[in-house]
Design a protein around this ligand. Structure first.
Ligand code: CA
Length: 337
């Protein structure tokens, strides 16, 4: 495999605060010798762990992007014991388009790991993060939310690895320090995207991964941003990279799990969907989840979609129309190790 074609204007080994760009060569009609400027910041001081802070992995998930942009401006090198690497708009073409995926190549960065140095721009970004950045990191915080098509109860999340109890315990403690109302865990094989996510690459590189689903609906709210900003600060204090930073105490988090495919509710038909439960509701298997109405034949009885598992509604679809294959809800249940 060839090395990455991406170069960084920031030297990750240099002390102090640097801002610049990952330059991804992109020769197109409009710009023959051009490059895609992916913003990057590094703040390094003293000795301590390295933390990757990424957002905009999905470009339409804005809560993490706002949180990290503020943090880059606010943090001073003298507060840091270790190193921060910030990628606030990790899939930059997707982030400036306000889309989940890149308008250049259709790429979903969080389904592109471990990437390819000769691949599409999205594959090249994944490969650079996997081969250059993650090997430097002890921790990787990748801040997601529901984006345009989903809304979540604000959650921190992680993946449980079989046969690694010590590592799982450290991860749970890190997620608890974030202090989201819900912390949910997925077993490795069941986790969405499985081995193609930034979190999966972080695990292969030996970095402890903290994920989030901070809300969504393609917007930000003051309440969720407050939670995101306070949570990131607490988790960074927990890693000891920001030993002196003032934080509010974490609220207790409800530890849950997303057990398997039957925790997800998919639409039965294409149509206009009516949710029959609210986000955060506790539901039973067999309970009606949604009514699918048929705009072409409005007199036809709606189709009723039912939950297949007991649980708490952690996530719901946002757009009012739905096509077969769309996820309408997913559930969580209290975690049992
Ligand atoms: Ca996401």
């Amino acid at each position: 495999m060839t090395a990455s074609r991406i170069t960084s204007t920031v030297d990750f080994e240099k002390n102090g605060r640097q801002t610049g760009f990952l330059r991804l060569p992109h020769s197109v009609h409009e710009s023959a010798y051009g490059w895609i400027p992916i913003p990057v910041a590094c703040i390094k001081n003293g000795s301590g762990p390295t933390v990757l802070l990424s957002s905009g992995n999905h470009g339409d998930e804005y809560e993490g992007q706002v949180t990290l942009m503020k943090l880059i401006r606010e943090l001073k090198p003298e507060q840091v014991q270790g190193r921060f690497i910030f990628l606030p708009a990790a899939n930059f073409p997707a982030a400036i388009a306000g889309r989940r995926t890149s308008p250049i190549d259709g790429g979903n960065l969080n389904r592109s790991f471990p990437g390819d140095p000769d691949g599409t721009p999205t594959k090249q970004i994944a490969h650079y993060i996997d081969t250059v950045i993650l090997p430097l990191c002890n921790f990787a915080f990748d801040l997601h939310s529901g984006g345009s098509s989903l809304m979540y109860v604000p959650s921190a999340l992680g993946t449980i690895f079989a046969g690694e109890p010590e590592r799982n315990q450290r991860m749970v403690e890190l997620l608890q320090s974030f202090g989201a109302p819900i912390t949910y865990l997925s077993k490795q094989k069941v986790a969405m995207g499985s081995d193609q996510t930034l979190g999966a690459s972080a695990a292969r590189r030996g970095a402890l991964h903290l994920g989030t689903e901070l809300g969504g609906s393609g917007t930000v709210t003051p309440a969720i941003l407050r939670l995101a900003e306070a949570g990131v600060r607490r988790a960074l204090k927990h890693t000891r990279v920001l030993p002196e930073i003032a934080v509010e105490p974490a609220s207790p988090t409800r530890l849950m799990e997303v057990g398997g495919p039957d925790y997800y509710v998919y639409t039965s038909e294409s149509g206009l969907w009516e949710p029959l439960v609210e986000l955060g509701d506790t539901v039973k298997a067999g309970q009606p989840a949604a009514a699918i109405h048929f705009s072409h034949t409005p007199w036809r009885e709606p189709d009723i979609v039912r939950f297949e598992h007991d649980g708490v509604v952690l996530c719901k679809r946002i757009p009012g129309r739905t096509e077969r294959g769309d996820c309408l809800f997913h559930l969580g249940t209290d975690y049992r190790p």
